[in-house]
Design a binder for this molecule. Structure first.
Ligand code: 3HC
Length: 697
């Protein structure tokens, strides 16, 4: 017997209510396309039907094409065929939108004769984030409704917009009351009086050509190697010049070119990996502990950001500081973050007041006694942390989870100090903690599975992306960062200048070059760390920190002092000839021959260092899967999503080629840079990181 169709029709008098029911997000699978075409055609042919409403069951309107079908041979009917039937209907067709109408889902709505949405709904064309452009008329219909500038902004950012805003832009016709379907049916009946308003037949509304060119240039400037935003500009430009039919044909060609590209493949991988990373195999079925109240120790930059993330998620938060003055400063810092959110329109007065009503900032460590979970965000020093955890061990209630936000220190040693290591985990947030999505959930040798699952659940509740990993110096992200940053530091000594390295890695797609990032974060932190580790450094290994040390000795701590690797004027980075001299002097002093800078080689070396360290992390079992590493790099370190992540990219390039690059590193830098055994093994046996550690299919 054949499967029941996910699309059905219910009669509401003279209106055909066509319902899509394809959980979880009503993606436009082949069965949905077939069902829609059949139900629309039947309703159009039925003389007793005067109007059609397209609506969805479940939590959302159609959230797009079925991404799992991409990269495979196309299956009929194509979405454009379905939409042509819908738009061509002589009876009015109305889209009733709740939840999110995204991508192909919003394109379905755009092909209807009118769109009505629940006030909480949002709509968007996020295809660019999957490395493609809208492929079912979105690039041609959206500009006809909203004008090319607004349509371009929506498609180039991929960000959904709220119903009210979408209506203001002309993308929606009405916002419903509490009963969306009833209102949609009423609207459909009203429209039977008028000829159908077909989006494809509208002319592009008048617009300011200069404004369009400005928006287009800004999209191109931000693309940094990513193809899909560039192609969105091209497709919207064509909408302003061609007939709808010609524009649609051109859109199809662009879509077909992009959907099979390496970038689209990488972005699809990133989409699914982002979801899979949250399913930690060894925590399957483990119940997290209940968390309603959270303590935060320390109200510095990190602690304040963490407190805001917790308050935003509706939790009650108690922040502990060490003096009356620090308590006041802590409160001000948190309130300051909210003031900024209000200024940018992300929060209103009552939202701020409600959040602050759930916050206590205190000097009394004993106030942590009732907390369900405590996050220590104190100074990064082992003695300080051990002291705190020893006190927490006796203060916190039985069963409370005790988390450290350390970025490098040994979580096992901290856990031992508490006297109850089963309750201890790491929760490594990234700065600014109220904004950055990544959280490394660190599982200590003695951590109870429930404690780790609690950390994962809390991070999800904060809207963050938890990646679970084991204990090692720097965990996943900072450990890999330390490896490749050495390559960039060595590059300065061997002939490069900071701006050349940054430019090379920014054109590789990184959000910001490493020296610009160092200036943003502050050079003093690394300086203190290098001084602390100086005594234990292996004198035979190459150092690499001389340039940074010299900058710090001159008080050049980065943006906060107006000078670091660059000079800052009105917040803009400028190349500083003094830094170029300093770098050249360091090379002379270290007797290193300065070679002409080779951007391609630098990029290959940086990637090789990342992948080699990643291979060690995998072999040591610090993470279970290569995708864990990729997600850390994408969500915490500005690695270009359209490359998928270093491990994905290594598989795509071919591991023998990456191994050759690692051998080049080894030859250049000597001991400590040997190829990781796992990389050698996989490269020699035709294996891949993606398949490593997974059961054979
Ligand atoms: N195709 C296939 N599977 C999809 C999907 C899609 N378009 N969208 C979501 N899913 C799957 C997810 O992989 C996940 O599966 P899992 O449970 O096995 O991990 C499940 O649906 C639920 O998704 P989320 O966990 O993301 O659920 P949320 O409630 O957090 O988010 C959402 C819902 C906002 C709709 C989010 O899933 C989303 O952003 N989806 C992608 C939307 C999108 O990019 N649409 C455009 C697709 S391309 C297109 O339409 C081309 C067209 O122009 C021709």
């Amino acid at each position: 017997m054949s499967e029941p169709s996910p699309v059905t029709t219910r009669r509401e008098g003279d209106v055909a209510l066509i319902l899509v029911d394809n959980p979880p997000v009503n993606a436009l699978s082949q069965a949905v396309r077939t069902g829609l075409l059949a139900q629309v055609s039947a309703a159009v042919a039925d003389p007793s039907v005067h109007a059609l409403v397209i609506a969805c069951e479940g939590r959302t309107f159609i959230a797009g094409a079925d991404i799992r079908e991409f990269g495979k041979p196309p299956l009929a009917p194509g979405l454009n065929e379905v939409l042509a039937a819908m738009e061509g209907s002589t009876k009015p067709v109305v889209a009733a939108i709740h939840g999110t109408a995204l991508g192909g889902g919003f394109e379905v709505a755009l092909a209807c004769h009118a769109r009505i949405a629940d006030p909480k709904a949002s709509v968007g064309l996020p295809e660019v984030k999957l490395g493609i452009v809208p492929g079912a008329g979105g690039t041609q219909r959206a500009p006809r409704l909203a004008g090319p500038v607004a349509a371009l902004e929506m498609m180039a950012s991929g960000k959904p917009v709220k119903a009210i805003e979408a209506k203001a832009k002309g993308l929606l016709d009405a916002i419903s009351g509490p009963d969306l379907r009833a209102d949609a049916i009423a609207l459909a009946r009203e429209l039977t009086e008028k000829p159908p308003r077909r989006t494809s037949q509208l002319i592009i509304p008048p617009y300011d050509q200069d404004e369009f060119e400005k928006a287009a240039s800004s999209v191109l400037a931000r693309a940094r190697g990513q193809l899909s935003p560039v192609k969105v500009v091209e497709a919207v430009r064509l909408a302003t010049r061609l007939s709808f039919e010609e524009g649609l044909k051109a859109e199809r060609a662009i879509f077909a070119e992009l959907v099979g590209s390496d970038q689209a493949r990488a972005l699809r991988y990133a989409f699914f990996a982002e979801r899979e990373v949250q399913r930690v195999p060894h925590l399957h079925g483990v119940e997290p502990r209940r968390v309603d109240t959270v303590g935060v120790i320390g109200a510095g930059t990190m602690g304040a950001g963490i407190a805001v993330a917790l308050l935003d998620a509706g939790l009650r938060v108690t922040v502990v500081e060490t003096s009356t003055q620090a308590v006041g400063a802590g409160w001000d810092r948190i309130a300051g973050l909210y003031a900024r959110a209000m200024k940018s329109g992300r929060l209103d007065e009552s939202g701020k007041d409600e959040r602050l009503s759930r916050l206590t900032v205190t000097e009394d460590f004993g106030d942590l006694a009732g907390m369900d979970l405590v996050i220590e965000a104190a100074f990064e020093d082992m003695a300080v942390k051990k002291d705190i955890f020893a006190r927490l061990g006796t203060t916190a209630r039985h069963g409370a989870v005790l988390a450290t936000n350390t970025s490098y220190l040994d979580v096992n040693e901290i856990a031992e100090a508490s006297g109850r290591p089963a309750d201890v985990i790491g929760l490594h947030f990234f700065s600014p903690a109220n904004i950055m999505r990544l959280v490394e959930v660190v599982e200590g040798a003695a951590s109870a599975k429930e404690a780790v699952a609690t950390g994962v659940a809390l991070a999800k509740r904060l809207g963050k992306l938890p990646v679970t990993c084991g204990v090692c110096d720097g965990f996943v992200g900072n450990r890999i960062l330390a490896a490749w940053r050495q390559v960039t530091d060595f590059a300065l000594e061997d002939g490069a200048l900071p701006q050349e390295v940054d430019a090379a890695l920014e054109s590789y797609g990184m959000a910001m070059g490493p020296f610009a990032v160092a200036d943003l974060a502050g050079l003093d932190i690394g300086w203190a760390r290098r001084k602390r580790l100086a005594a234990t450094r292996d004198p035979r290994g190459r150092y690499g920190g001389t340039v940074a040390d010299r900058l710090c000795a001159q008080g050049r701590f980065g943006q906060k002092t107006g000078m670091g690797y660059y000079r800052y004027e009105n917040g803009k980075r400028q190349v500083d000839p003094e830094v170029s001299d300093l770098v050249e002097n360091v090379s002379t002093e270290l007797r290193r021959k300065r070679e002409p800078f080779d951007a391609d080689r630098l990029v290959r070396r940086v990637r090789a260092a990342m992948v080699n360290e990643g291979a060690k992390i995998l072999r040591e079992g610090i993470v279970a899967r290569a995708l864990d590493i990729d997600m850390v790099l994408l969500h915490g370190y500005g690695f270009p999503a359209w490359r998928g992540g270093p491990m994905f990219e290594a598989d795509a390039i071919g591991l023998p080629a990456v191994l050759a690059d690692v051998r080049d590193l080894h030859q250049a830098y000597g001991a400590g840079w040997e190829p990781a055994p796992l990389l050698v093994e996989l490269a020699e046996n035709g294996g891949s990181f993606a398949a490593h550690g997974r059961p054979a299919a």
